[in-house]
Design a binder for this molecule. Structure first.
Ligand code: FA5
Length: 341
């Protein structure tokens, strides 16, 4: 029996010596060292021997099993190294291959328009003033001459956070903040940012859109400054011959108020589908800052005057690129966006 055991040992080690991959090694382990393997089988034979031989044979079986276990571990290390080598060779980088191109991003058309508009006003001496999106009702409405029951509140459908806090419906909400911070000095700021209105989404309207507000306050400020600033702005954006017109309008926070149109950029003023045959396109709302608002900002309306204007950036993008649906701007379809890159 001992001879058979040693023959088994020799054959098992010879088999192991030629194993060259992980799967065969695993099979060898199952055949020999696993609980149902041959080495374990030898242990079951011990009981069949005469009692006097059992101890000596048991020891030999243990020695053979331990030797096979050790040989297995050694061989496993070799196979692991071989497998690693194979993997590294398979994954090796071919440094002679040409590099993959870098996919370059581009700015969103709204970002581009915001930057351009801000740049034009900065050249006229305006500085950017940031005010919060989540704003007190007081600053969005009340201090702009719209007390709680004022009918003009219906002009802007509002998302309320609670009774006193709203998502700002326009960037005019930053007017009183800016005035209070800069009073008694002059104010010459632009306020860019997102606004929110609880409106139906249509080709002309989104529930979230950008505005840029302009506010100029000082002792010498006049309505003609408003026209001068806006004409300069329109010409910087739409070309040196661009014409604007001011139409009387109503905003509670300006008096007088107007809406400013540019001559239609598509038909040059002759009338077309886009300008609804009028020859003009609406650009923004504006006016002289209402005395109540100046007072709320800390100024004496008998000593200073202000001009203010507010425009929608998405509508400006539509105008400039002849796009007829505002929803395209927010769908983030790359085929649309890449045209602006
Ligand atoms: C205002 O928001 C005033 N605060 C503007 C103003 C400022 C007047 C300072 C006087 C002095 P209005 O609601 O008209 O006004 O909005 C101004 C512009 O924002 C619009 O001309 C339009 O371009 C844009 N706008 C308004 N609502 C939406 C909307 N739902 N989706 C996209 N753009 C919008």
């Amino acid at each position: 029996m001992l001879d058979q055991l040693h023959d088994y040992r020799r054959i098992a080690l010879e088999e192991l010596a030629v194993v060259a991959d992980a799967a065969t090694l695993e099979a060898w382990y199952r055949a020999h060292l696993a609980p149902s393997g041959k080495a374990t089988g030898w242990k079951r034979n011990i009981g069949k021997l005469p009692v006097a031989e059992r101890k000596g044979f048991g020891q030999s079986v243990n020695e053979v099993t331990a030797e096979l276990e050790k040989a297995f571990q050694l061989h496993k290390r070799r196979i692991d190294l071989l497998e690693l080598e194979k993997r590294i060779l398979a994954e090796a980088t071919d440094v002679t291959l040409p590099a993959r191109g870098v996919a370059r991003g581009g700015h969103h058309p709204v970002t581009l328009a915001l930057r351009e508009v801000i740049g034009v006003f900065e050249q006229m001496g305006f500085v950017v003033y940031e005010s919060p999106h989540v704003e007190l009702d007081e600053l969005n409405f009340e201090l702009l001459n719209m007390p709680p029951d004022h009918p003009a509140r219906d002009m802007q459908d509002t998302f309320y956070v609670d009774d006193d806090v709203v998502l700002r419906t326009h960037t005019s909400s930053g007017q009183v903040r800016a005035m209070r911070q800069l009073c008694p000095g002059p104010v010459r700021v632009i306020l860019p940012g997102l606004c929110y209105r609880h409106e139906n989404i249509t080709p002309r309207s989104e529930i979230q859109f950008h505005q840029i507000e302009g506010l100029l306050v000082g002792p010498e400020v006049r309505l003609s400054d408003l026209k001068g600033v806006l004409l300069k702005f329109a010409r910087a954006l739409f070309g040196p011959n661009q014409a604007i017109r001011m139409r009387g309008s109503y905003f509670p926070f300006t008096e007088p108020s107007c809406e400013v149109d540019i001559r239609c950029t598509l038909c040059g003023g002759n009338g077309c589908r886009v300008c609804k045959q009028s020859g003009w396109l609406e650009l923004l709302g504006a006016g002289l800052v209402h005395p109540v608002v100046l007072r709320n900002g800390g100024y004496d309306p008998t000593q200073v005057r202000g001009i203010a204007f507010g425009m929608g950036i998405e509508r400006l993008v539509l105008l400039r690129h002849g796009i007829d649906d505002i929803r395209l701007i927010f769908q983030n379809d790359l085929r649309f966006l890449r045209q602006f890159a």
